[in-house]
Design a protein around this ligand. Structure first.
Ligand code: BT5
Length: 327
């Protein structure tokens, strides 16, 4: 991806790791004037970076904003493909909409779209997803797995495992649990939702648009009354400020790893991990599908990622899609 002059300057200052970087050297090596460098430094300051200017030595970085600027994410990124192309916006309607367009135009696997704010963030079945400015992680990843559309329905479960692993790796004090099919709960409240949409033709998946919404740094009063009782954020649960860039990079690393495994060996290779992290299996649940509502015990997940429900009369039903409530 082409990187802007401003980001290139930022990258060099970040790489200096607290040492001073001379404005003249930046200007010479980038082939621009000192004034141009100074202007870019002003813009970076407006974005929340802080610098100390040391006479005759140059700029020293003293503070970074908690931003999802691709340059920040790249610092933590340890992947081959995922996150190597990032489209970053201040405000979008929905990152899903942009991802659909980019995927149609041929964007490669692993392309990520991030918005600091979404004005029309969405969940499944046209439900709304609250995506306030600067507090969460609102991103879509374009994945092009070599699987059939039928197989792809279990990919949401793979994503849930990858996000859970990333959260547990960085914040050992929290214990996210996966509620089938697409929620991560902490202490019973929702901190993450996943929305997987598909572009497919007959038997071929062209692209999966994997939308991940994570409440990262909200405090309780940030949630609207609609979701105040059911939502939580990582910060509220972990008791510390969340470094969103590090979390995005860690998610991308696990997602790349698990996607490779999933394409090679199928959902079965991730099933045991999913079961360990799930709060669904063994619970009495109420299932709501487009057509009906019924209840029973969530008795297991199949090798294809389909939920099995044992009804009170002992019959087993398979659930491919729907909402569940643990009762
Ligand atoms: C989801 O839907 O949980 C999928 C959410 C996916 C959001 C991401 S953000 C990046 C990408 N771009 C988008 O436009 N979307 C994706 P669902 O299972 O249908 O849950 C929706 C329900 O969750 C709503 O009806 C609310 O009750 C609740 N909800 C809405 N916003 C929330 C939030 N920020 N935190 C917790 N719960 C929320």
């Amino acid at each position: 991806m082409s990187i802007s002059m401003k980001d290139e300057i930022l990258k060099r200052i970040l790489a200096a790791d607290g040492e001073a970087v001379s404005g003249q050297e930046l200007a010479d090596s980038l082939g621009v004037s000192r004034t141009a460098i100074w202007k870019h430094m002003q813009t970076l300051q407006e974005e929340g970076y802080t610098f100390e200017t040391i006479k005759k030595k140059g700029y020293v970085l003293t503070g970074v904003p908690n931003s999802l600027n691709p340059t920040q994410i790249e610092l933590f990124l340890n992947t081959k493909q995922f996150g190597r192309e990032i489209h970053y916006f201040d405000v979008v309607d929905s990152t899903q909409t942009i991802a659909h367009k980019l995927a149609q135009e041929g964007a490669p696997q692993g392309t990520v779209i991030i918005g600091e704010e979404q004005t029309a963030g969405r969940g499944r079945m046209a439900r709304m997803w609250e995506s306030a400015n600067g507090t969460g992680i609102w991103m879509t990843i374009i994945v092009r797995p070599d699987v059939t559309p039928q197989q792809a329905s279990s990919y949401t479960l793979v994503v849930a495992v990858a996000v859970t692993m990333a959260i547990k790796t960085l914040y050992k004090q929290v214990e996210p649990a996966i509620k089938w099919p697409n929620d991560l709960l902490i202490n019973g409240k929702k901190c993450t939702g996943i929305l997987t949409e598909m572009q497919a033709e007959a038997d071929i998946v062209q692209a999966l648009l994997v939308g991940i919404g994570i409440n990262a740094n909200q405090v309780a009063s940030d949630f609207s009354p609609d979701i105040a009782d059911i939502a939580t954020s990582l910060r509220l649960e972990a008791g510390e400020e969340i470094n969103r860039a590090a979390l995005v990079a860690t998610i991308l690393q696990y997602l790349e790893q698990f996607t490779e495994l999933y394409v090679k060996e199928g959902f079965i290779s991730i099933k045991a991990l999913w079961e360990q992290m799930s709060c669904t299996i063994g619970q009495r649940i109420e299932v709501t599908t487009i057509r009906e509502r019924f209840e029973g015990i969530a008795s297991g997940i199949t090798e294809d990622g389909v939920l099995q429900l044992t009804q009170d009369d002992g019959t087993i039903r398979t659930i491919y899609a729907g909402d569940i409530k643990i009762i």
